[in-house]
Design a protein around this ligand. Structure first.
Ligand SMILES: Nc1nc2c(c(=O)[nH]1)N[C@H]1C(S)=C(S)[C@@H](COP(=O)(O)O)O[C@H]1N2
Ligand SMILES: [Mo]
Length: 516
């Protein structure tokens, strides 16, 4: 690493320039973060995430005092504080770069890491959501040494004098202008997300926050909550750029093998059809045995069957090809949409408008089928057709054409690798076989006999069911396994298979240590 040597204490100019270089590289990083967030429809920039994390980490009484002291200015003030701290530390990064370039870069990396970490702690964030932080950080990291160099005497020719002020100013102003323009474009694009969030907040839907049906919770610590909170609901889709659809601009086209094509607005959809609610468990075909890609929510919407009936389905059809605002497609058997089950064009999840990530303003939910063949988010098009005339997105990529959800069960507690005391130990989890229901759940220790678990209640055959069993644990290493019996009396298969092409099978088991 190159060194600039000691800075003459009499000269403040190098320090000021280096500090400015730090501030400018941070500004450029922020601008890139803003642009990436705006482009991809990501809700939070790193600065906002850090501000939110500060609130989350600050004791409640302090937050309240602060709000009382400054009133509604609390948020702008907090954001300004985070920004100032960032710029101050970035100025410092510039200055310490004079000593050693790596010091400055370490500091910038640390600042970016704080931003990324804050993004990761926010609800509803996946790997894509940290991109603004990562790319913004890289921008700062790249620019810092370049800008520091631009302000100091030529490192290759130390005999040359200091860089003339005019030259440094030109570089600084160029970077500032580029950062400003980039940030402004990012803001503009980001405003779309803000606009859709505002429309979502204003939306009045014929639903209320979802109350739990009675008896669904067994009250055993460690079992997944029966109703999955929206912010903990798994998210799977191919959308790098989140589709942002205003309900006021949303249209649903219904066409293909129908007597009358339909072109519905959001208010047509809700105004011309009965609005119904249903608890439905949604699972992803990619879920491994024991995996997290499953959730249960109360969905509000209108029946797909009602919309199709108005269009008039022709007899030759056997499928519906649905398409999202960003061109993703899926194929669903017409039968599953019209046989009386709660196959919905859903507008709300747990009593609130769908989150943007979960398909706002309208998505499909069909009990009994994996998401990739039924649960189109950001839905805009329903084509009544035949399976032999098309292949949907994932079917083109080697996954099945039709995929009923397979019977599955999961041990939530104890967790793999846990140590538990000997004596009675609560074992429990969830089991699902959507639209067939769960009739029984059985647990076994090592290769012992299968024992029947207690079951939580359910409002229908379309949701998962909590189960629990009390184990008289004996010291040593043990393996707990679970299997379910579906509503048709079929025992979940123990044969193991991976997710491709139509869902994983096998019994979930966990190894635990029982203390002596
Ligand atoms: N538009 C769109 N809809 C989609 C997908 C997608 O990639 N794009 N993925 C599907 C898959 S594979 C699943 S499992 C569910 C997941 O829904 P969720 O993210 O609300 O949990 O959405 C389905 N709907
Ligand atoms: Mo999926």
């Amino acid at each position: 690493m190159r060194d600039y040597g000691p800075v003459a204490p009499s000269s403040v100019r190098p320090l000021v320039r280096a500090a400015l270089a730090g501030v400018l590289s941070a500004a450029a990083g922020l601008a890139v973060a803003e642009l990436v967030a705006g482009l991809l429809g990501i809700a939070r920039t790193p600065v906002v995430a850090v501000a939110e994390a500060v609130v989350a980490l600050t004791p409640g009484f302090l937050v309240e005092q602060a709000i009382q002291a400054v009133g509604t200015a609390d948020k702008p003030l907090l954001l300004a504080g985070v920004l100032l701290a960032l710029l101050g530390l970035s100025a410092l990064a510039g200055v310490v770069s004079l000593r050693r370039r790596t010091y400055g870069q370490l500091l910038v990396t640390a600042l970016a890491a704080v931003g990324v970490a804050a993004l990761l702690t926010r609800p509803q964030t996946g790997p894509v959501d940290v991109l603004p932080g990562v790319l913004g950080g890289l921008t700062g990291l790249m620019l810092l040494p370049l800008l520091v160099d631009a302000g100091q005497r030529s490192p290759t020719d130390p005999s040359a004098g200091p860089v003339p002020r005019r030259d440094f100013l030109r570089v600084a102003l160029t970077v500032a202008a580029l950062a400003g323009a980039t940030g402004a474009v990012g803001r503009l694009l980001g405003g779309r997300r803000g606009g859709v969030e505002a429309a979502r907040a204003d939306l009045e839907l014929p639903t209320e926050p979802a109350a739990l049906p009675t008896g669904v919770e067994l009250g055993v610590e460690g079992i997944s909550p029966w109703r999955t909170p929206v912010e903990r609901f798994y998210r799977i889709d191919t959308a790098l750029i989140l589709p942002l659809v205003q309900p006021g601009e949303w249209r649903l086209r219904v066409h293909g093998d129908v007597d009358r094509e339909l072109d519905l607005s959001f208010s047509d959809l809700l105004g011309q059809h009965e609005v119904v609610e249903a608890w439905v468990t949604l699972s992803c075909v990619s879920n491994e045995v024991g995996g997290p890609l499953v959730g249960n929510a109360r969905w509000t919407g209108v029946r797909v069957a009602d919309v199709l009936a108005r269009a008039g389905v022709r007899p030759e059809a056997d499928a519906v090809r649905s398409t999202s605002a960003d061109g993703w497609t899926c194929g669903t058997p017409l039968e599953a949409l019209t046989d009386g089950r709660d196959a919905l064009l859903a507008v709300a999840m747990n009593g609130r408008p769908l989150p943007v990530e979960h398909g706002f303003p309208v998505r499909m939910v069909v009990p009994g089928l994996y998401g990739f063949v039924s649960a189109t988010k950001w839905l805009v098009d329903l084509e009544v057709t035949r399976f032999d005339r098309f292949a949907a997105y994932w079917t083109q990529r080697g996954w099945a054409e039709q995929a009923p959800a397979k019977t599955a069960s999961r041990i939530d507690v104890p967790r793999a690798g846990d140590s538990v005391p000997s004596g009675p130990v609560a074992v429990g989890g969830v089991a699902w076989a959507q639209h067939r229901g769960i009739e029984a759940v059985e647990v076994r220790v090592d290769d012992g006999p299968w024992a029947r678990a207690r079951l939580g209640g359910v409002p229908s055959v379309d949701t998962w069911r909590q189960w629990a069993w009390t184990w008289e644990a004996t010291p040593g290493a043990h393996r707990l396994s679970v299997r379910a019996v579906d509503g048709d009396g079929v025992v979940q298969t123990g044969e193991t298979a991976g997710p491709v092409p139509d869902g994983a099978t096998g019994w979930h088991s966990v190894e635990v240590d029982v203390d002596g």
